[in-house]
Design a protein around this ligand. Structure first.
Ligand SMILES: [Zn+2]
Ligand SMILES: [Zn+2]
Length: 226
């Protein structure tokens, strides 16, 4: 009888031998999002607050956001290794964490009918060799057994938006994206790697809703804290 031998690898954080991409000890230390805004998944200090100040002030086009990790150390290092250095094993590992959370939190009643990745401009796909959001979306679609609908397109490459105000950012993004074909679903999960300011998911959710989608959930591996 052939006995299954787990593959021994090196932990991507502490370099110890392990059967996983990241060893159980390091995995424990990854800062997860525990209490967060139900709309945008911004980490919040208290369990009593459910909607952050920004979401109370403005109307979001998306209905709910699920992110698993805080985008700070060492999570940002892992995500960079995946995105910039094409460490796909890390990408799989982080997507598996997101999948576990989505499976629990996205209940059957409003579970999305399809998965739509946040598009990347062709020049960045060319430089990087892949679109991280598409990579994550493809794995989730397979695991959840729902279709991947690659209906969004980035027409223009957008510049760094860090210095801009929220209003300027949204204005900037409005001319960047388009819908490629009619979306045959009403409930959609929009998938990205990291949600930073929320401007991209706001713009894309509004675009999806303009094109007949009724409910947009955003799923991402990490969320930048304030
Ligand atoms: Zn480790
Ligand atoms: Zn919020």
């Amino acid at each position: 009888m052939i006995k299954f031998q787990p593959k021994i690898q090196i932990c991507r954080l502490c370099a110890k031998s392990t059967e996983q991409t990241i060893c159980p000890d390091c995995c424990e230390t990854l800062a997860r999002i525990k209490s967060a805004c139900v709309q945008c998944s911004l980490p919040l200090p208290s369990h009593h607050l459910t909607i952050c100040a920004e979401c109370q002030r403005q109307k979001n086009a998306f209905d709910h956001t699920i992110c698993v990790l805080r985008y700070d150390h060492p999570n940002d290092y892992l995500i960079t290794q995946f995105k910039q250095n094409r460490q796909f094993a890390i990408g799989y590992f982080l997507t598996e964490m997101l999948y576990q959370k989505v499976r629990v939190e996205s209940t059957n009643g409003d579970r999305p009918e399809c998965i739509v990745p946040v598009p990347a401009h062709w020049t960045s796909v060319f430089q990087r060799g892949f679109n991280p959001a598409y990579f994550i979306a493809k794995i989730l679609a397979k695991k959840l057994e729902i279709p991947l609908v690659d209906c969004l397109k980035s027409k223009k490459k957008h510049d760094k938006q860090k210095q801009l105000s929220r209003k300027e950012r949204l204005k900037n993004l409005n001319n960047i994206y388009q819908v490629n074909f009619k979306i045959p679903y009403k409930r959609v999960a929009l998938v990205d790697d990291v949600v930073t300011t929320g401007a991209t998911i706001q713009t894309l959710s509004a675009l999806l809703k303009k094109n007949g989608v009724q409910n947009v959930q955003v799923w991402a591996i990490a969320r930048t804290p304030k």
